[in-house]
Every structure is written in C-alpha cells, then in structure tokens.
Design a protein around this ligand. Structure first.
Ligand code: CAA
Length: 386
C-alpha cells in the first residue's frame, strides 16, 4: 500500500524584522547574517501567538468538512510546549473543531519530532488505511536578545496530513534513524530561551547526516543520481550548505550541481522566516516544491535533525499533481508587516513565557486566525479570530 504525505501547509506570525537592521543594531557586518548565516528576515512573535495558535493556523489551511471527518489522530511535535502535562494537540484539536473521537498527543525530541510524527503516522495509516493522521510541527525559536543565536531565531508551524494513496509524497520503505545522548542544545524546565553549544551543534548535525545517509545508501543501494534533491532541517540556511558540502566536497558534476541548485530553492522560505525548529525541514520541502524544478516521479531525500540528539534520513517520491496540495507560502510571507528592532525587542519581552500571573492581551492588532488572549487561573485562554 502507498502511504505518505497527502497535503502540506505553513503558517507564521504577522510580523518580521529585517536582519540588516538587526546587524546594525548589534554592531555586526550585515554580510555575516546575510551570507555567513544565510538569513534575511526573521519572524517576530506577538504575545498573542504561541505554539498552539501557530499550529492551529497551519492546520486550518488544510481543513475541509470531509477531512475533519477522516482525521483519526493529531500528532503535534513541539519543543515550545505550553504545559508540562496537557498536550498542545488537545488545544489545537479544539480550535480546529475536530471530533471528540480523535486521538491526540504531543511529541518531543527537539527539532526532530515532526519526523517522528510522520513515521508514527505511517504506521497508524498502515493499520487503518481509511484514516488520516494530522502531523503538526510548531515552534518558537528563542535564544535571547544579543546572543550569537539571536540571528537564528524564528517562528512558525507546518501541518501535514499522512494518508494512504498520498497526493504529495509517497514514502519509501527504508528510513534510517540514529540517536545519541549529546548536549549541543537544550532548554531546562526553568528557562524561556534555549541553551546551546552552537559550533558543536553544527558539527553533530553534520555527523548525524553523513552517518544516516551512508547507512541509507548501504541499505538501498541508491546513489546521488537517484535524488532530485536532498532537503535538510534548516536552523539557518547556511547549515544546509554545510551539510551538503560535507557530502559533496569539491565535486562539480551533474549530480552535485543539481543538488546544490535544489538546496538553494529549498532555502528560500527559511531565509525569510528563520528557524521553525520542528517545522524547518518541511518548510524547506515546501520551498523546493514551489521554487525548484520539482516534477512528479522525482525521488527526494529528507534529513531531519533534532539536538540532544536524533537524526533521520528518509526519502519519498513526488506524486502527480503535488502542486495542488500546498498552500501559497509566497503570498503569506508577502502579507507580513515589517517592524523595527525596538518593537521586536519589546514584543520579545512581552511573551507570557513562564509567568504565573493572570493577564489579558490586546488582540486588536493581530490578524492571525487564532489568538492566545491571555492567562486566567493558570490556564491559557485561546480564541478563534472570527
Ligand atoms: N561576511 C560573510 N560571512 C561572515 C562575515 C562577514 N562579514 N562574518 C562572519 N561570517 C561567517 C563566518 O565565517 C561563519 O561562517 P562559517 O560557519 O561558514 O565558518 C559564519 O558567518 C558564522 O559566524 P561565526 O563563526 O562567528 O559564528 P557565531 O559565533 O556568530 O555563531 C552559530 C553562529 C553557531 C550558528 C550561532 O548563531 C548559534 O549558536 N545558533 C544556534 C544553534 C544552531 O542553530 N545550531 C545548528 C545545529 S543544531 C540544530 O540544527 C537544532 C536546532 O534547530 C537548534
């Protein structure tokens, strides 16, 4: 039976900053951000948005009455969860108006967890081919004002449906996952911002990629010529280049040129948004599909990485008509509003975070489809914008 990703959508916040302005404010050469890191713009999160509202906004783009009937399970991958006990997926399921008879759970392993969701969804669909599993990756990447990681912040969510006879990407049988106990990036329960050993994290990422890809090749016999594109988790777009360079070295032939060109196409959206953590690989997939030379029948390789650490390399084949199973990301990005660095800093410091206080947020300036309206009696308050 064919199983895979049937539809894919993306949502982000209504605001962004220009990283040339951030570079000036931090007294850094703008080319470090634009070329050295490979980022141009960064999504900024108002206090009225969190992992729940962003995840619901991405999933809402896919919803039809027929699909709502068929969703058996909602898997929400996040490392920006809003409760240590209650799953983000419960709130999202409620905001989407899904049936009471829906299985919901939250998944966590840093930026890798959405891929765990896809693999689990594949198993659930194999067990019940009529069912559709909704997989969401939703996050807010926070390192702190003035830190080296600040330029690699970002926010947003992807939503995918996994189903039998998929209209977007049929998953191949073989995938290779690997894990190891590594402290390259983590966030203790008392911390609002990530802790990171930045340079080490990039090295661990590359090692996981090379090792999982090599094992995948041993298991399948597939070579570079078999892939139209290799897609990467993109915490910042230069990271994808570092990984591909580690594989290709100074090769300059048809395969290496095709893969480098495909990487450039896959980086376009992330350059405008920043790190989505769990969703970044899938925003890269969307970007390749909408900006690259994607064609039905092509085999794509996907490398998922989550610090801590876990990596997985898997692949799939693009299906006829895949273009119709995506939302128009360019239009969404074009509709955002640029804000100043001081406005960004003010919003950064206005998040609910770990606060236990009751609060009501002003939602009047936030055009997003769902809001976090505040907190009351230690309970987050959510509302649809309609
Ligand atoms: N013009 C062009 N390039 C310039 C430049 C200029 N004027 N000035 C500096 N650069 C280049 C540097 O040469 C360097 O390039 P290479 O990496 O190719 O050597 C690049 O800009 C970065 O500069 P630094 O080496 O000075 O690095 P930094 O101290 O500013 O930190 C970082 C960069 C480590 C990525 C930091 O932003 C960080 O810690 N980010 C968060 C961690 C992260 O994203 N890790 C990725 C792997 S982990 C993961 O994937 C999970 C996840 O999502 C977090």
């Amino acid at each position: 039976m064919k199983i895979g990703i049937d539809q894919l959508s993306f949502a982000t916040t209504p605001y962004y900053i220009d990283l040339v302005e951030l570079a000036k404010a931090r007294d850094v050469d703008p080319n470090k951000y634009l070329i050295g890191i490979g980022q141009e713009k960064q999504a900024v999160v108002p206090p009225t948005q969190d992992a729940v509202t962003l995840g619901a906004a991405a999933a809402q783009k896919l919803m039809t009455p027929e699909l709502k009937e068929r969703i058996s399970t909602v898997l929400v991958a996040t490392e920006s969860g809003v409760d240590n006990s209650k799953a983000t997926a419960i709130y999202i399921k409620h905001l989407l108006g899904l049936s009471m008879f829906t299985r919901v759970v939250e998944l966590k392993e840093a930026c890798y967890a959405a891929t765990a969701g896809v693999m689990m969804a594949k198993g659930l669909v194999a067990a019940d081919p009529q069912s559709v599993v909704l997989v969401i990756g939703t996050d807010i990447a926070r390192y702190g004002l003035g830190t080296p990681g600040e330029v690699t912040q970002g926010a947003g969510a992807v939503a995918m449906t996994v189903a039998a006879n998929p209209r977007l990407l049929e998953l191949d049988q073989v995938s290779v996952a690997a894990s190891d106990d590594i402290m390259d990036f983590w966030r203790p329960l008392y911390a609002e911002n990530a802790m990171v050993d930045g340079k080490y994290s990039t090295q661990v990422y590359i090692n996981f990629f090379l090792e999982t890809f090599e094992r995948y090749q041993q298991m399948t016999g597939r070579q570079l010529a078999d892939f139209a594109a290799l897609l990467f988790h993109l915490p910042f777009t230069k990271m994808g280049k570092k990984a591909l360079d580690a594989l290709l070295g100074d090769r300059d032939d048809l395969d290496s040129r095709r893969l480098r060109e495909a990487l450039t196409a896959s980086q376009q959206y992330s350059r405008q948004v920043g790190n989505l953590y769990t969703g970044s690989l899938y925003l890269g997939l969307l970007s390749y599909l909408q900006n690259g030379h994607a064609k039905a029948g092509q085999r794509l390789g996907l490398f998922s990485y989550g610090s801590g650490a876990e990596g997985e390399f898997y692949s799939g084949v693009l299906q006829p008509g895949f273009e119709k199973q995506l939302n128009d990301v360019s239009a969404d990005l074009g509709g955002r509003q640029q804000i100043s660095i001081s406005e960004y800093e003010q919003l950064f410091n206005s998040q609910l975070g770990l606060s236990a206080e009751d609060v009501t947020f002003d939602t009047s300036k936030d055009p997003s489809p769902f809001w976090l309206t505040g907190q009351k009696n230690h309970q987050r308050q959510y509302k649809a914008n309609n």
